[in-house]
Design a protein around this ligand. Structure first.
Ligand code: GLN
Length: 380
């Protein structure tokens, strides 16, 4: 039998490759983005309580209403926007599933989707699975600034979607109000949908405000905004997130979502609904992670790696061009096997594997581990 791959150029995601290698050689894993500490004990107890009380069967397809109501309250508090929990919020099996559904619901064969690279590695395969064509815009180290005039030039009658991510994985850069207003103008009068990946919404530092697409009513009218409980509550393995979009977009999103996973994990949703009643946990996140970023930068100051600016997310980029001319993938593998610290090569976030000799390290880790990683990398 001849199998015609829909994704001929796709191998195994770099996160699985690097985490696998880290586990195999017992390296400190700063590659895949996940915390090495547990979520709140109270949140864990709430899950088991809800299991004992019977939240073990399918949740309603769009998610349980109490959780969607808590999310709407949070959106009002954080972004001053009013969204209807019934018609504008859908609970998903994590951010990546939400991204896939957002793309699959709107992108037809031949439609163009603009990606600002380096970007999260699920975007391109999601577009290609449904026959879309990726139009990559290549941002560059050290600041990865977006030239909105260049983006404007890429918009054609075939453009169906623009994908943005703020704070951005892997760069740790953020879009600000001026960027969002430019996007709003750029897309005015077009049929282009905005996929705004905001899974790191609370991981933003140095007193900056997250410029959510939900803050700008004209922009929101064409937006699917994606969020992740895993990033906010330190439980990436619970695979729970949500999508916020105006009713007409949510209607289409749910058509795909219901036949993709039907619904997300039920006991987790019930637990999050209770836990979210107190906003203190997410309001404290910027400080919590900024402290980790600064601790890690301190630990890395004894190394030869040059840090780039990290304004958000839990990734710190480092330039190593003055240390080695090895390609970044080979360099990351060698850091893992020879020095015992696993990193992600930034080239894997570009369609053309652009290699600027930059690596990504995740600092969502306890201080002992970050300190130990710094010591090991000081030997490089
Ligand atoms: N978003 C996380 C990262 O960038 C991991 C996602 C994944 O492994 N699928 O590292």
């Amino acid at each position: 039998m001849h199998i015609q791959s829909k994704l001929p150029n796709v191998g195994t995601t770099i996160f699985t490759v690097m985490s696998g290698l880290a586990n195999q050689v017992g390296a400190i894993n700063l590659s895949q983005g996940f915390p090495n500490f547990n979520p709140s004990g109270r949140l864990q107890s709430l899950v088991t309580e809800h299991m004992a009380k019977g939240a073990n069967q399918y949740s309603p397809m769009p998610g349980i209403l109490p959780l969607r109501e808590r999310i709407a309250e949070k959106i009002r508090l954080m972004y001053g926007a009013s969204v209807d929990p019934e018609t504008e919020i859908t609970i998903t099996a994590g951010g990546t599933q939400a991204i896939f559904c957002a793309i699959a619901a709107f992108v037809r064969p031949g439609d163009e989707v603009i990606l600002l690279e380096p970007c999260y590695d699920s975007y391109r395969p999601s577009v290609e699975t449904v026959g879309g064509v990726v139009v990559p815009i290549s941002l560059s180290a050290p600041d990865y600034q977006v030239d909105w005039e260049e983006v404007k030039k890429c918009i054609t009658p075939r453009t169906r979607m623009l994908c943005i991510n703020t704070p951005q994985n892997p760069t740790g850069t953020i879009l600000r109000e001026s960027d969002m207003l430019q996007i709003q103008e750029l897309l005015r009068g077009t049929d282009v949908i905005l996929m705004s990946d905001e899974v790191y919404e609370h991981l933003i530092y140095d007193g900056e405000q997250h410029a959510s697409a939900l803050r700008y009513p004209d922009l929101y009218a064409r937006t699917l905004a994606i969020y992740s409980f895993g990033k906010t509550y330190h439980n990436t393995g619970w695979k729970t997130g949500y999508c916020v979009a105006p009713p007409e977009l949510t209607r289409e999103f749910r058509k795909v979502h219901q036949f993709n996973v039907f619904s997300a994990n039920h006991p987790m949703q019930a637990a999050f609904a209770d836990f979210m009643a107190d906003p203190a946990e997410y309001l404290g996140l910027p400080e919590f992670y900024q402290q980790k970023r600064d601790f890690f930068l301190q630990a890395m100051s004894a190394t030869r790696f040059k840090p780039l600016t990290c304004a958000g997310a839990y990734f710190q980029l480092f330039d190593y061009a003055h240390i080695s001319d090895e390609p970044d993938l080979a360099f990351c593998k060698r850091l893992t096997t020879e020095f015992g610290v696993a990193a992600i090569p930034v080239s894997s976030f570009y369609s053309d594997l652009k290699d600027e000799k930059v690596i990504r390290l995740c600092f969502a880790k306890t201080e002992d581990l970050l300190a130990q990683a710094g010591e090991r990398l000081a030997k490089v």
